[in-house]
Ligand binder design. Structure first.
Ligand code: F6R
Length: 242
């Protein structure tokens, strides 16, 4: 794992955006894997700013999001579908028909999961996957204990994850209990992975990722087995690593 050390959240976001922009320019038909949450928000802002200023085009780009809450429709302001439209897709020239987010209200969840993986595979796989990380080491919504061989599947969210995400909802009771997420093996099939980590509250997490063993109890640890992972971490996140 290659680590790029940056000063703060702003620099992390700009550095990540520069990498994405370079890849999109190099391959206008790139397939991006995208994340939601607080971490990539600044990167999306930088992509939007660049699109307005330099007209980087996303017309031919395809995207797959990591996850979606079960029970939330795309127009629900707390759905990840809504987040992506609001934080990025509505502000660039991407063709929304090529933006895929797991369907949180499918008739048949198993079939939806299978279809999601099949669609990624049929298009040739994800070229660049953006990841954030939960304090417990989750990537996507793959909580500790998830099998490293998992494909896209439905998960029960840990209380700590629901609490961490409650900031976006009126109350913790409104946070869905289940989500659909790309599996660990889906993520590991990406050709390149960019993991963004910012803030003191992720310092222990980053330390464990770097120093700890590879175990399903800490899902992100599998990234050590991937041959093209870049971590962009700010000083607060790096504060536990000497
Ligand atoms: C979101 C996702 C999650 C987040 C993680 C960190 O699509 O897959 O794994 O990346 O929960 O969330 P933030 O960035 O809000 O700290």
């Amino acid at each position: 794992m290659n680590i790029i050390s940056v000063n703060d959240y702003t620099e992390m976001s700009r550095t990540a955006a520069e990498i994405v922009i370079g890849k999109v320019k190099g391959n206008p038909e790139i397939i991006l894997g995208l994340a939601t949450g607080g971490t990539p928000k600044g990167m999306y802002d930088s992509l939007i700013e660049d699109h307005a200023r330099n007209h980087t085009s996303y017309e031919q780009v395809t995207s797959f999001n990591l996850d979606e809450y079960i029970g939330l429709k795309p127009n629900d302001p707390n759905s990840y579908h809504f987040y992506m439209n609001d934080s990025l897709f509505n502000h660039i020239d991407i063709n929304k028909e090529r933006t895929f987010v797991p369907n949180g209200t499918p008739e048949n969840t198993d079939e939806e999961c299978k279809r999601y993986d099949e669609r990624i595979d049929s298009l040739g796989g994800i070229d660049l996957q953006i990841l954030g990380i939960g304090q417990n080491g989750h990537i996507g919504f793959n909580e500790p204990g998830t099998s490293f061989t998992s494909g896209t599947h439905v998960v029960t969210l840990e209380d700590s994850t629901r609490q961490a995400n409650a900031r976006y909802f009126d109350s913790i009771d409104d946070v869905p209990t289940h989500a659909m997420t790309m599996g660990i093996s889906t993520i590991m099939k990406s050709k390149q992975i960019l993991l963004l980590i910012s803030g003191e509250e992720k310092a222990e997490t980053l330390k464990r990722l770097i120093d700890g063993e590879i175990t399903e109890e800490f899902p992100a640890s599998i990234l050590k087995k991937h041959n093209n992972v870049t971590i962009i971490a700010d000083q607060k996140a790096l504060s536990g690593v000497v």
